[in-house]
Design a protein around this ligand. Structure first.
Ligand code: CMX
Length: 138
């Protein structure tokens, strides 16, 4: 696979409204979008910083991945998302061939219209890893 940059860092929070002022008023970033991703059971808030973004994640469902993460490990860094230069499916095929555990066998739709797929943290040294591509870049 070929990765071009860190697309975003996902951060799990209990409450977006309470967390956003820290990023805006203390760190001086601007929240440019809030979006619910029903499929992932989250509400997201995005901030740009240089070439990358921060994605705050609030769970919309007590059984969702982010709610379970916070219950087990508390608020904090949840995943790193890499932009693929040669496509998510290609990266997944490569990861599978090299014996990594895939959460998604095929790309699916994530926030901001990106095609996304996750690699399991148990096969990536503890970091939930997201692979992304922007279909409009194709
Ligand atoms: N980072 C690192 N480790 C994680 C983790 C994370 N984000 N989430 C769970 N784990 C670990 C747990 O601590 C646990 O480890 P131990 O067995 O050592 O305690 C193990 O993985 C299993 O955790 P679990 O609570 O039993 O959770 P599940 O197996 O049910 O689910 C995972 C874990 C990663 C498969 C699931 O969270 C998933 O499918 N994630 C991908 C989708 C997602 O996270 N969506 C939300 C964000 C969407 C977006 O960005 O738009």
């Amino acid at each position: 696979m070929e990765l071009s940059h860190i697309e975003h860092i996902g951060i799990a929070v209990k409450n977006l409204e309470q967390a956003i002022p820290y990023y805006e008023d203390i760190l001086g970033l601007k929240c440019y979008a809030v979006e619910e991703v029903k499929d992932q059971k989250v509400k997201t808030a995005f901030f740009k910083i240089g070439m990358t973004k921060l994605e705050l994640l609030e769970s919309t469902d007590p059984e969702g991945a982010v709610a379970k993460f916070i219950e087990k490990r508390g608020e904090g860094v949840h995943h790193i998302a890499f932009a693929t230069a040669d496509g998510v499916q290609n990266a997944l095929d490569d990861a599978k061939e090299k014996g990594l555990r895939l959460i998604d066998k095929k790309p699916r739709k994530g926030a901001e219209g990106l095609n996304i797929a996750f690699l399991h943290p148990k096969s990536t040294f503890g970091v939930l890893t997201e692979l992304c591509e922007n279909p409009s870049d194709k």
